[in-house]
Unconditional design. Structure first.
Length: 214
């Protein structure tokens, strides 16, 4: 019996969405159908790797979800708030598989929810817990005994040391470092290249070495 690929849509039509399309080319079990974009017109296309690819409007996609709640979707949106908004709209209507690039290094004790995106060259060490709908862009390192909630976006080359706890809806910039045994609450921004040496509560933006409020 021939193996049948699963159809999958990508929510978003920006640069990150194109990167996720390219990531999916390294999988054998998914068949890309199209991008979903709220603002797209009729017969819109975008180019990824020089190939024209279809884009459908959110309104058209809404009609599809009304007919079939088994549609696979990956949400390629780099904003925690918008990511959460989309998830809440389509919860119960779509399936949200975890997308894990073949180059990701996973070790024993990793648990995760749904809808996580682990892009190329991420490293996850021992006894790590991930919630749902987190994005780990290229080259992040996650240390032992880390606990991460939901709707977090980690940009490329973040380094999360051991025993760190991260809540939900946080945006962590390119190359940021979170030192061991620290905790981050909810709805925070850690700027690119920052080094967090103190705990961080909620609704705060920090930047610098060491990271301070701004």
């Amino acid at each position: 019996m021939a193996f049948k690929k699963k159809d999958i849509y990508i929510f978003g039509a920006g640069g990150f969405a194109r990167e996720i399309y390219l990531l999916l080319q390294d999988f054998t079990d998914y068949n890309f159908v199209g991008f979903i974009d709220k603002e797209c017109g009729i017969n819109d296309v975008i180019k990824a790797n020089g190939i024209e690819l279809p884009v459908i409007s959110e309104a058209v996609f809404d009609k599809l979800t009304g007919k079939n709640n088994k549609i696979n979707v990956v949400i390629a949106i780099g904003s925690p708030k918008l990511l959460k908004k989309i998830v809440l709209k389509y919860s119960g209507k779509c399936a949200f598989p975890n997308i894990i690039h073949p180059s990701v290094k996973l070790n024993a004790g990793l648990t995760m929810g749904e809808g996580n995106i682990l892009t190329a060259n991420n490293i996850f060490t021992d006894n790590i817990s991930l919630g749902s709908f987190n994005i780990f862009n290229i080259g992040c390192i996650i240390g032992h005994d880390v606990r991460i909630g939901n709707y977090n976006v980690l940009n490329p080359s973040c380094n999360i040391s051991g025993n760190v706890k991260i809540g939900s809806e946080n945006l962590i910039g390119v190359g940021a470092i979170i030192l061991q045994n620290k905790s981050i609450g909810n709805n925070n921004l850690v700027g690119a290249g920052s080094v967090l040496i103190n705990k961080l509560g909620d609704n705060t933006s920090v930047f610098g070495v060491p990271a301070i409020k701004f």
